[in-house]
Write a protein that binds this ligand. Sequence first.
Ligand SMILES: CC(C)(COP(=O)(O)OP(=O)(O)OC[C@H]1O[C@@H](n2cnc3c(N)ncnc32)[C@H](O)[C@@H]1OP(=O)(O)O)[C@@H](O)C(=O)NCCC(=O)NCCS
Length: 343
Amino acid sequence: MAKIKARKGAPYARILGVGGYRPVRVVPNEVILERIDSSDEWIRSRSGIETRHWANDEETVAAMSIEASGKAIADAGIDAAQIGAVIVSTVSHFSQTPAVATEIADKLGTAKAAAFDISAGCAGFGYGLTLAKGMIVDGSAEHVLVIGVERLSDLTDLEDRATAFLFGDGAGAVVVGPSQEPHIGPTIWGSEGDKSSTIKQTVPWDEFRSGDVSRLPVDSRGKVKFPAITQEGQAVFRWAVFEMAKVAKEALEAAGLTADDLDVFIPHQANERIIDSMVKTLKLPEHVTVARDVRTTGNTSAASIPLAMERLLATGEAKSGDTALVIGFGAGLVYAATVVTLP
Ligand SMILES: CC(C)(COP(=O)(O)OP(=O)(O)OC[C@H]1O[C@@H](n2cnc3c(N)ncnc32)[C@H](O)[C@@H]1OP(=O)(O)O)[C@@H](O)C(=O)NCCC(=O)NCCS
């Protein structure tokens, strides 16, 4: 048997820079109320959401990613040519192939970086971060760009009162690079495919292609509805509140820390009531800054954690070197939690 030589990378990895892009158009609850029977008060009290951003035609998945990544690369103080891999987590890039990551890698000016997309719903950032860490430690890349990006407005049924107010658009990116000390803890991640139907696309693309009005959902004007994301709100809410607090606790323990050691908590921005419940279950002390970006960004799935991270740092609510617990969870169902040092 031939002896294969292995490569060794850095001892550990860390997040070196973060950047975000929020579409120019801010959409208040009033606009959502034009299509559903609800109220600003109901949406705010049930979800915490006041406004969200919706992308225009120019703010494509690639364009928003490039903006966010440019900021992350500048924040990390590296050159794009030093990036060895680009990972894009998204469920709302409409071109099945090629991966949007290759276009982004090229336009950013990387030196032919490896590039691929992943689909891990609202846990996409944690999944990407975990892959990046592994790649840096095994020497496959010295710096990895992890992007979470969504145009969920394209996949929102504005006549569905259970979801119309929830989703938003945007991109968040981090540069992950080598470190002599651990600055990204062990990831606690997993999937629960037996609950896959609780968050899903209303109609698969192949069924949608049939255009058959007798079989497909139609809108108030009798036109076949474009596929959208639908969810069993209460089932997902219960799962998030009961199961995800346990996962977050496990991630904290795996990093050898307690709630007292934390400076910041950045959970997936899906619903402020889920965030409040987790804060309570985890018994987070008063000094821990909690991300509540959902109020003005809505649920941007894979983009939600890096966007919230960027905002906390930009507003001074968190600072470089702070210890943050991050947890993403959603469609799959999938989840990923870890503790990181903020860039
Ligand atoms: C979507 C969500 C905000 C709905 O809140 P909820 O408190 O669970 O609401 P319910 O679905 O139980 O509905 C409660 C009532 O409000 C009504 N309702 C539902 N949507 C409404 C709306 N937009 N406006 C006003 N009333 C509404 C329901 O009809 C129901 O009325 P009823 O009690 O007379 O039957 C919540 O379930 C949620 O956030 N779920 C998890 C989302 C999530 O975390 N996703 C993560 C993965 S991306």
